[in-house]
Design a protein around this ligand. Sequence first.
Ligand code: NDP
Ligand code: ZN
Length: 201
Amino acid sequence: MNKQILMILKACEFAAEKHRNQRRKDPARTPYINHPLAVARALAEEGGVKDPEILAAAILHDTLEDTQTTLKELQKAFGRRIASMVAEVTDDKTLPKQVRKQRQIDHGPKKSKGAAVIKVADKICNLRDLRQSPPKHWTVERKGQYVEWAREVVNALPIPGHRIRRVFEREYASTGALNSPAASSANLKRRTSSRRGISNG
Ligand code: NDP
Ligand code: ZN
């Protein structure tokens, strides 16, 4: 069997085991593993990404942030490059949420290409979830704020012409109905202050 296929299957098994007790935030409590699998598939099918290490890192992308998995464990099982891409898309959970969110924008320009395409596919899948199976109790305003923040994160990444970016733009455009007038004015303020953050940073 082709080594790269085996590595991707190993990543599926590893992530499924790590996320086994977790659910998405939608009312049906979809098994968490569906999300990283959707991210990897979006990268391959819609983004044209063929690099098996990037696809494996996409499958593993939430293991450091959301499970007990360590960087060493990933390095040992999948090697340094895959582990480092996963680390690059992992928030520092010791920081307050708003700081983490701003960091995703501020640190965007320094991301490797592999980490950047995974980040974009992650946001695409989360916007799809917001349309199709949103978290319980989220208001229209909260969804709108998430959509605008996701766009700021994506715009800061150093892959302007990549196919996955165009997929994101289409997804962003189709979330228009999520944006109430109230959300739009709040978003405009956020967008303006974040832009200042990027140009100063
Ligand atoms: P959260 O970080 O709390 O939730 C979004 C994350 O949840 C996604 O990035 C995704 O992360 C994960 N997720 C799991 N299930 C789903 C699903 N079904 N659909 C979409 N995402 C899912 O959200 P934010 O803090 O970003 O909240 C958005 C905005 O709302 C913020 O800008 C904030 O200002 C505002 N807010 C409002 C509150 C309110 O009560 N009105 C409270 C807090 C924030 P992953 O890919 O890692 O799984
Ligand atoms: Zn994710």
